[in-house]
Design a protein around this ligand. Structure first.
Ligand code: NDP
Length: 301
């Protein structure tokens, strides 16, 4: 039987509806969420991503601001801008669009962001909290992955999950989030031997590799939930994921499309993290974290 296709657009729509309601409640208390995105240089893909984030923030009626720095801006100049934003109480979320030009050390720059405004969840304080199972800003793409899995109604606890890819922004946090929800998780990568043996025993597969159509039907257990994070541009200009959609949909129980799956959720989760931060501003910034993604309560609510 063909897999049920997980509609990322629909799940994102539900999230935006919730964010709108939370924004309205904040407005009543005189708070307008503020999101500032900083972009350095002219990378065309980054320009597109930044424009979508700004558009979405403005659509929600927020203070959405983009700061554009030239390609040759120094690390110190960038950190100075971030430090000014850290002190600006009207800014709830600060996001530095990655990748940065090669002369800038990304990890050092991310460290300049106030962890309480780190809505991308990449600051080492937030990574450390996630690792320790404490409430933190959770990186947007893995957070979205968890919501998509929850949207299927499949219970995560006790399941075998395989994450392919161990990047700091997707694979590793996805591993931690699935583990926090009591899945038994295996983290695979380019040096994993006999990868298919791992994936074939998995009830949940998250593919975050960056290789077009890498995961094929013979690697998937019948009925598994398959989340395709990959965004790959084929020579003919078409987008495709890391999962061979046509063959895998005949075996999987649930499957995300590309486009229309995980990609839809990433910006939605950025907005959710920002509204959490704005709520924390209202509460005196003593709490701006998201336990719900760790225990699934937000989805169930
Ligand atoms: P990275 O390049 O940082 O990481 C890729 C990972 O895949 C690495 O851990 C690598 O292993 C692993 N890998 C590479 N080749 C193989 C292989 N043959 N077998 C098993 N594992 C392999 O990528 P990202 O995590 O940043 O992104 C992954 C994909 O997700 C990309 O297509 C990216 O565009 C997409 N993406 C989509 C987002 C969205 O919003 N939908 C957001 C972020 C990313 P090793 O560590 O050993 O090198």
């Amino acid at each position: 039987m063909a897999a049920q296709i997980i509609d990322g657009k629909e799940v994102a729509k539900i999230t935006y509806k919730q964010i709108k309601a939370r924004t309205a409640a904040l407005r009543e208390q005189g708070i307008i969420p503020g999101l500032t995105v900083i972009i350095v240089g002219e990378n065309p893909a980054s320009q597109t991503y930044v424009a979508s984030k700004e558009k979405r923030a403005l659509k929600l009626g927020w203070n959405g601001q983009v700061i554009r720095l030239p390609e040759n801006a120094t690390q110190q100049e960038l950190c100075e801008v971030i430090k000014t934003l850290n002190l600006d109480d009207s800014v709830d979320g600060i996001l530095v669009q990655l990748p940065l030009p090669k002369h800038i050390n990304e990890l050092e720059v991310l460290k300049c962001i106030d962890p309480e405004k780190d809505v991308d969840g990449f600051h080492i304080v937030n990574s450390g909290k996630l690792f320790a199972g404490l409430e933190s800003f959770v990186p947007c793409t893995p957070k979205g992955i968890m919501k998509l899995i929850d949207s299927t109604g499949v219970e995560i606890e006790g399941k075998n999950a395989v994450v392919i890819g161990r990047s700091l922004i997707v694979g590793k946090p996805a591993f931690l989030l699935l583990s926090a929800r009591n899945a038994t998780v295996t983290l695979c990568h380019s040096k994993t031997e006999n990868l298919a043996e791992f994936t074939r025993s998995a009830d949940i597969v998250v593919a975050a590799i960056g290789k077009p159509n890498f995961v094929t039907a013979d690697m998937i257990k019948p009925g598994a939930v398959v989340i395709d994070v990959g965004i790959n541009r084929l020579p003919d200009g078409q987008l495709c994921g890391d999962v061979d959609f046509e063959s895998v949909k005949e075996v999987a129980g649930h499957l995300t499309p590309v486009p229309g799956g995980v990609g839809q959720m990433t910006i939605a989760m950025l907005m959710e993290n920002t509204v959490i931060s704005a709520e924390a501003r209202l509460a005196g910034r003593d709490r701006k974290t998201d336990a719900s993604v760790l225990d699934g309560t937000r989805h169930k609510a």
